[in-house]
Design a protein around this ligand. Structure first.
Ligand code: ADP
Ligand code: MG
Length: 256
């Protein structure tokens, strides 16, 4: 994945602004079972899914599990400067950004967040450019407008889609969602209530993700992982695919 540059001689200036956060290991350690990882470049793994699918929960759990296995893991900090700008806009119903503004801001954030990466075995990203592009498709932008934007980003080595139905995701969120998660004011007007708008919109987002993955994935492809299982079962399934991608050759790019 060329758009993510590994920084060999330490982090560029930026201190707490650094959008990527190194795991606790700085040198390769032994994997369980005696093997040692000597990755020349990181395996870039993206976890995607609709709102409430469990991406953030799983990113933390997967990062911990991989670190325990001796892999140096870098994750993406959730608090990022361009993300803060985007959030300030979507929190304001009157100034809610249209699809074009949203996709450009979202993509700028992902570009900035991944422009430099410290040495690692695995770079684990909670959302990536797919998220912004799936939103854009769900909001009515055409594939011929969105796909060229996605192609500004090299595909991650491995894409994991945590698949949960919008109704299950909403239930996990306690039945509450934000205006942005429901697609904004127009979708809300059409659906009549925030929960109904959430289900309508997130179904369209899910379709958008699958369409994007079908046309833009890296060497290990994309894997749809059933997210409607226990936290532990989903973590097991995700780690299984990542570990095979990192160490034991190519996993089959099929549903897990
Ligand atoms: N497998 C699961 N089973 C039950 N609840 C889950 C599961 N995964 C996540 N959750 C819960 O669902 C909610 C949304 O999870 P989160 O990780 O924030 O989703 P996302 O980052 O995809 O929006 C949280 O309350 C979380 O604890
Ligand atoms: Mg999240």
């Amino acid at each position: 994945m060329r758009a993510i540059h590994t920084v060999v001689d330490g982090r560029p200036a930026g201190g707490s602004q650094d959008p990527l956060t190194a795991g606790d290991g700085t040198t390769p350690r032994s994997l369980e079972g005696g093997s040692t990882v000597h990755a020349s470049s990181p395996t870039v793994v993206v976890i995607e899914g609709i709102d409430g699918a469990g991406k953030s929960s799983q990113c933390g759990r997967v990062a911990e599990r991989l670190t325990d296995r001796g892999l140096r893991v870098v994750t993406c900090a959730p608090d990022r400067p361009l993300r803060r700008v985007y959030k300030s806009l979507i929190d304001d119903a009157d100034g809610f950004p249209d699809a074009r503004t949203s996709v450009l801001l979202g993509l700028a954030d992902y570009a900035y967040a991944t422009q430099d990466v410290p040495p690692a075995d695995v770079v684990l990203l909670d959302r990536y450019a797919y998220s912004s592009c799936a939103d854009a498709l769900a909001l009515g932008m055409r594939p011929d407008q969105v796909l060229p934007l996605l192609r500004l980003f090299d595909a991650p080595d491995l894409t994991l889609f945590v698949d949960v139905s919008p109704r299950e995701a909403l239930a996990r969120k306690g039945g509450a969602c934000s205006l942005a998660e429901a697609g904004g004011p127009e979708v809300l007007r059409g659906a009549g209530s925030l929960p109904d708008a959430f289900v309508t919109y997130q179904n369209a987002v899910r379709d958008g993700f699958l369409r994007l993955f079908a046309s833009h994935t890296g060497r290990h492809g994309f894997h749809v992982v059933d997210g409607e299982r226990s936290l532990d079962d989903v973590t097991d399934a995700l780690c299984d695919v990542v570990l095979r991608a990192c160490g034991a050759g190519l996993p089959e790019a099929v549903d897990a």
